[in-house]
Design a protein around this ligand. Structure first.
Ligand code: LLP
Length: 382
């Protein structure tokens, strides 16, 4: 539960806004730093999870690298203090302009998703007379057991290169003078809560390592991507970094000199963010009561897009428990945060907290219906 006294601190702040608890963020980052140092793993924070400039500055101050999927993300990362030499650039559709700018800024590595993309990177690097590092994003064909929209490593996924293409990739690479194959990269999906999924990935990586060794290809980097889930049912519970890292440690067979890289996003920022909203109206439906709040799917699209569950708390009521559908003001039926959930008696003006919204909340906000973008308030500002 969020401490109800916080409402006084919110005062008349106009809602909706994201409230970021910096104690939670810092404690998550401290654990991540400790666990990554213990295991010797390198972290590239996935900027897409939350690109708020202040959040980025805090994360970069811990010395982590960044995982970006557009030039604008790379630019934001560099401006927030991430070292270009620790930035990886992924994505199936990098434009020429983005590739040129990324080469120019000296990023660490391009995570490449297709042969045509590698050809373009090679060509653009040759124009700048540079040799750039690439990693092959390989489609691991592993079921992530998560929502289908955030499953990325199965047969029909648009992401990554299939293992049956790898022979041809190596042949093509022999002719390319401006790219250097430095590693392999994976990403099975997001919000993964079954550790066995990561174990399957480790087994797959070990098999591929043998394949590359048998062709005398030395790989320096094994990048396992992101995906570690958080507990949306228990917003105060920190992510399971220790368990996740020790699994990687136990099951991925690294060769001498190899580095294991990870790209966590959600697990880093998910639990530090809460979407704060006020109740506009209570409306009686035929079978339900609607709590219509001033936040909508434009502020947090996860429930509408992935049927995602976020815990909802009424911070201003201690009344009897009733059931409500908590909905937003946007003209879409999918603009529903939760159906038939228990809340203390809820009235106009009550302050509602939608928890675990630090990841893919603010970063996915839109201006549909010409709504204002949500604000951001940090715990040390109150
Ligand atoms: N690396 C790659 C290559 C990725 O595609 C992603 C996320 C990550 C790392 C970070 O994954 P994470 O640790 O956050 O699971 N909007 C969706 C999630 C989309 C994830 C896209 N890729 C959601 O709100 O659930």
């Amino acid at each position: 539960m969020i401490d109800k006294n916080i409402i006084e601190k919110f005062g008349n702040l106009s809602t909706p806004f994201y409230y970021y608890d910096l104690d939670v963020l810092n404690s998550t980052l401290n654990t991540l730093k400790k666990e990554s140092q213990n295991s010797g793993f390198k972290i590239h924070y996935a900027i897409k999870a939350n690109a708020n400039p202040r959040i980025l500055k805090i994360i970069s101050s811990f010395g982590f690298g960044a995982d970006c999927v557009s030039w604008n993300e790379i630019d934001a990362a560099i401006k927030a203090g991430f070292n270009p030499s620790e930035i990886v650039f992924a994505g199936v559709g990098k434009t020429d302009k983005e590739i040129e700018a990324a080469i120019n800024s000296g990023i660490f590595c391009f995570n490449c998703e297709s042969i045509p993309e590698i050809e373009v990177i090679n060509h653009l690097a040759s124009l700048q007379n540079k040799n750039v590092q690439i990693a092959l994003r390989i489609n691991p064909l592993i079921e992530a057991h998560t929502h289908k929209y955030i499953t990325t490593g199965i047969e029909e996924s648009k992401f990554g290169i299939h293992t049956w293409e790898l022979d041809y990739v190596l042949t093509r690479l022999l002719t390319m003078k401006n790219v250097h194959l430095t590693g392999i990269h994976f990403h099975v999906g997001s919000q993964i809560t079954r550790m066995s999924v990561f174990q399957s990935l480790a087994t797959h990586i070990n098999e591929l390592q043998e394949w590359f060794s048998s062709r005398n290809v030395d790989l320096k980097i094994i990048n396992v991507g992101g995906g570690l889930g958080i507990d949306y049912e228990n917003p105060d519970k920190p992510p399971m970094f220790a368990e996740y890292f020790s699994l990687m440690n136990d099951f991925v067979d690294l060769k001498p000199g190899q580095e294991l890289h990870l790209e966590p996003g959600r697990s880093v920022v998910g639990q530090c963010g809460t979407l704060i909203s006020r109740v506009l109206y209570i409306k009686t439906g035929s079978n339900t009561m609607f709590a219509i709040i001033d936040a909508g799917m434009t502020d947090l699209i996860r429930p509408a897009l992935y049927q995602a569950h976020h815990k909802i708390e009424n911070l201003s009521s201690e009344g009897n428990i009733y059931r409500y559908d908590v909905v937003g003001p946007v003209c879409e039926s999918s603009d529903t945060f939760a159906k038939y959930i228990e809340l203390p008696e809820t009235r106009r003006g009550d302050v509602i907290a939608i928890r675990s919204a630090g990841a893919y909340g603010e970063s996915m906000a839109s201006r549909y219906n010409l709504r204002d973008l949500p604000g951001a308030v940090f715990s040390d500002e109150l």
